[in-house]
Design a binder for this molecule. Structure first.
Ligand code: NDP
Ligand code: PHD
Length: 369
């Protein structure tokens, strides 16, 4: 952990957006990191943050951030050169090039964008599941061009993928590999950024399509649940036990919180009973909790006993939005067991995961204080 006197200076790319605002809220007071630079598009650059942002959170903009001048997202822009880390909430249209430039300039980049998630040397890291993937950044530093001494990129997952893989990981840890997963999501409008989905499209409605979302859930899950290859240079993508995954994604008129209805089939026969599955959810602990990093939730999975939970409005604030809540565990007449899961898509689904990934990187010595 960095000493009290020298918190690591961090920049936020996409600081004016939905995810960027959460970064600012969550990092306003943080034991390891201090906000030092803000970046956004040329539309926002040159303006004081409080004058240009359409702040949507129910807390005030932190006092020391209000007057900060938003910069262009370039490593040589004012403030970024002194940073060790940048958190990125950039639109995917621009994230690829910008994040790469910050890595090349020897910054450590924690990204929410999809651009590098499939890269064979970039960890796709859900902090409650696969922090072991972080070690591959050593290989990334030497093999990606340009090679770096300190800089690297770590991404976090799609928000719905994150809400799914936490309970799936708990099940694989307790009962061995899964064979089949079916998930139907009901995703909040904040997942589409700001201004996102038009109110005329989403009020009084359900939209049964979110572009590329199903493919992301189906692909990302295996990279996250898989391990690191034996040479330590990449990811095994769960190849020895392939999981069949089918996702159906829907946009619903909820502000924050993605819900998933999940059915799973286990490789093992007989499969665990619903009672055993519930116990596995209750017993689940992960490395972020053992390391005691500041953003780790006390309970990574919160099991809710009531027959009508979890619900986004009631349960998205559990553990400050840093857990996955689950409920309705019951037999599945088609596969083995089914349940419902809920994630705060902008906290654990985005900003909280990036921050927790960075905290783990600090604790493990992958970021110099
Ligand atoms: N919302 C969510 O629940 C989740 C989002 N993500 C991912 O996180 C990222 C951010 O999403 P979100 O916050 O919702 O999106 P928003 O649309 O709300 O914010 C986008 C941000 O990117 C900036 N930006 C846009 N164009 C440029 C440019 N040319 N140069 C520099 N900055 C630019 C915007 O700045 P400006 O205000 O100046 O236009 C803004 O700060 C995306 O990649 C998204 O896919 C991942 C998981 C969950
Ligand atoms: N597509 C997600 C949010 C998102 O931006 O996903 P990704 O980071 O995988 O592009 C949603 O609409 O809820």
């Amino acid at each position: 952990m960095p000493s009290q006197n020298s918190p690591i200076k961090v920049g936020i790319l996409g600081a004016t957006g939905t995810v960027g605002q959460r970064f600012i809220q969550l990092l306003a007071v943080h034991p390891y990191f201090t906000i030092h630079a803000l970046g956004a598009s040329s539309r926002s650059a040159g303006h004081e943050y409080s004058k240009i942002v359409k702040w949507k959170l129910g807390t005030e903009i932190p006092e020391h951030v209000k007057g900060m001048v938003v910069q262009e997202c370039r490593p040589d822009a004012n403030g970024f050169a002194e940073c060790g880390v940048v958190f990125s909430g950039l639109d995917h249209d621009v994230a690829g090039e910008i994040e790469f430039a910050f890595r090349a300039a020897e910054l450590v980049v924690f990204s929410n964008a999809k651009n590098y998630r499939r890269d064979p040397v970039v960890p796709l890291m859900v902090p409650l599941v696969n922090p072991s993937h972080l070690s591959v950044v050593n290989h990334q530093r030497t093999t990606l061009s340009p090679p770096t001494k300190k800089g690297y990129i770590v991404t976090n997952a799609n928000c719905s993928t994150t809400g799914l893989v936490v309970p799936l990981y708990a099940l694989e840890k307790a009962f061995g590999p899964l064979e089949t997963v079916m998930v139907t999501t009901m995703q909040a409008i904040s997942g589409a950024g700001y201004p996102g989905v038009s109110s005329l499209d989403i009020m009084d409605n359900v939209v049964p399509y979110i572009g590329s979302e199903e493919e992301k859930i189906e692909w990302e899950t295996s990279k996250i649940l898989g391990g690191v290859t034996s040479d330590g240079q990449g990811f095994d993508l769960h190849a020895s036990d392939p999981i069949k995954i089918s996702a159906s994604c829907n946009r619903v008129p909820v502000i924050d919180g993605h819900t998933g209805c999940v059915s799973v089939k286990f490789k093992r026969h007989p499969p665990p009973s619903p009672e055993q599955v519930i116990q596995a959810f209750k017993d689940f602990r992960c490395e972020a909790q053992d390391l005691g990093v500041p953003s780790a939730p006390k309970r990574a999975i919160v099991y809710l006993d009531a027959p009508d939970r979890p619900q986004p409005r009631l349960d998205r604030d559990l553990e400050n939005g840093a857990c996955v809540s689950v409920g309705r565990v019951r037999p599945c007449p088609v596969l083995d067991v089914k349940f419902v899961c809920l994630i705060d898509n902008v906290r654990l689904g985005a900003a909280t995961s990036s921050i927790m990934n960075a905290e783990i990187a600090v604790e493990r010595g992958y970021i110099e204080a």
